[in-house]
Design a binder for this molecule. Structure first.
Ligand SMILES: Cc1cc2nc3c(=O)[nH]c(=O)nc-3n(C[C@H](O)[C@H](O)[C@H](O)COP(=O)(O)OP(=O)(O)OC[C@H]3O[C@@H](n4cnc5c(N)ncnc54)[C@H](O)[C@@H]3O)c2cc1C
Length: 434
């Protein structure tokens, strides 16, 4: 019997998707190299090519569970680095128009800045998987093809060969354009206009802020035009992100920013801002649309190449699903590679089919927000019913956390529960915010 050929993979991009794709590939491929264009910082500080890393990032339970499986005891390491455990018994406060929204997911969670999460995962990946390496300061210019197959990438005129190239380059990706230029079909793109504008600042955290609650989400649901979140991050700080949809952006000068927070349906964030003499400058981010590249519909795609993460689907940040969606796609990649092998010409389509099932859920949830139709009216009713029915609130939360498919909200027993509870629930126009 001949010796097995050694296999290698290149992952382009060391963001959340790239790190997790490398983690799953390291189980199936002999050598995994991550090529990242940024210089990677030693400390938990934001970096240039991931501008969203300056804003509040919440990891949903689906993503957290996958991370726990791939990186045992990661949570302990994060806490040692300053991440804040959110006590499951003292749930995150959700404040809406006059309602305290039940939000008892029953799952312990951690809160930290995105750079701390990403940097800790990167460190763990490199320590735990000796067959994975990262080259930073290495911008990939193009794919290298031979005989219709991707066989590597080109960086500054130098070719790097690999059996599999996985592009985790974030929302913008040039490689699909390159392939289209070479005669491969380009994926259809769907977009949902969201016009999100957000502004973030960081302030010192005091234990008695929020009456001891671990974090707060204030929004104007349903309608969703403005919102604010305040989450604890390392260094005894709050990270405050205020946002608007299809509306006026949060101002960057301090007084205007605080005034924006005060006009939210509950003044809790404004109160913390008012007493915080030290504040970082407000940093802003805009996102015109959620965007999905339908790679699963491609009838021809070159062997040896895949895209994953925001490059496939970048979602409305308000639902906090992007990193968990990347983790679920990485799990799909692991399963597809386990079945077909890293060099199989069948791998891209098999992976894209699995990944589409994963991406479908957050995409459909995002697409429905505020839209017309019977299903949307029903989902609004689910939201209302969740204020008085714990089973409905729990199941809706499982769906929002990507732990259950939306169909589970449509079973006859659940529909009955929703209808009964929605009738008991207060109307949106009632009540003043507290
Ligand atoms: C304001 C905002 C708030 C958000 N909040 C949340 C949240 O609360 N929870 C959540 O789960 N998600 C959130 N998201 C979404 C989340 O940030 C993304 O889903 C996630 O970062 C996607 O990871 P990625 O690895 O696909 O892309 P990115 O994190 O963007 O990483 C892409 C990487 O590829 C590198 N790269 C690109 N091109 C090249 C190249 N040619 N050569 C080498 N390297 C390259 C870049 O430098 C970068 O490091 C938020 C997004 C925004 C905009």
């Amino acid at each position: 019997m001949g010796r097995r050929q050694r296999t290698s993979a290149i992952v382009v991009g060391a963001g959340m998707a790239g790190l997790l794709a490398a983690r799953v590939l390291s189980d199936h491929v002999d050598q995994v190299r991550i090529l990242e264009r940024d210089r990677l910082p030693g400390d938990a500080v934001p970096r240039g090519s991931v501008p969203q890393g300056r804003h509040a990032h919440v990891l949903l339970v689906a993503g957290q569970r996958l991370l726990d499986g791939w990186f045992p005891d990661l949570a302990d390491e994060l806490v040692a680095a300053g991440a804040v455990p959110l006590d499951a018994d003292e749930p995150v406060r959700h404040r809406g128009r006059g309602h305290r929204i039940p939000s008892d997911p029953g799952f312990p969670a951690l809160s930290m800045s995105r750079p701390l999460l990403e940097g800790t995962i990167r460190g763990r990946l490199l320590r735990q998987r000796p067959n994975v390496s990262v080259a930073d300061g290495t911008p990939v210019d193009s794919l290298v093809l031979e005989g219709g197959r991707v066989v590597g990438v080109q960086v500054d005129g130098v070719r790097h060969r690999a059996d599999l190239v996985v592009a985790c380059t974030g929302r913008h990706t040039r490689f699909l354009d390159q392939l289209a230029g070479l005669g491969f079909p380009a994926p259809q793109v769907s977009a949902i206009r969201i016009d999100v504008a957000c502004g973030t600042c960081v302030v010192p955290r005091r234990p008695d802020d929020l009456g001891g609650a671990p974090a707060v989400v204030v929004n104007d649901l349903p309608g969703d035009h403005r919102m604010g979140v305040m989450v604890p991050v390392e260094g005894d700080r709050w990270m405050i992100t205020l946002g608007s949809f299809h509306g006026e952006a949060p101002p960057i000068e301090p007084a205007g920013y605080e005034e924006f927070a005060r006009r939210l349906p509950a003044p809790v964030i404004a109160d913390v801002l008012a007493r915080s003499r030290v504040r970082t400058p407000v940093l802003t981010h805009r996102m015109p649309a959620s965007q999905r590249r339908h790679v699963e519909w491609l009838d021809r795609t070159p062997p040896g190449f895949l895209v994953l993460g925001d490059a496939v689907c970048s979602l409305n940040p308000v639902h906090a699903q992007g990193m968990s969606s990347a983790a679920l796609q990485a799990r799909a990649l692991g399963r597809a590679v386990a079945r077909h092998g890293p060099t199989s010409p069948r791998l891209p389509r098999a992976f894209y089919r699995r990944a589409a099932r994963v991406v479908d859920v957050p995409w459909r949830l995002a697409a429905r927000a505020g839209g017309p139709g019977v299903v949307n009216r029903y989902l609004d009713m689910v939201f209302r019913a969740g204020r008085t029915s714990v089973p409905v609130a729990r199941q809706a939360l499982r769906v929002r956390n990507l732990l259950a498919r939306p169909e589970t909200l449509m079973t006859p027993a659940m529909v009955l529960r929703v209808l009964r509870a929605a009738r008991r629930s207060p109307d949106d126009s009632e009540g003043a915010a507290r």
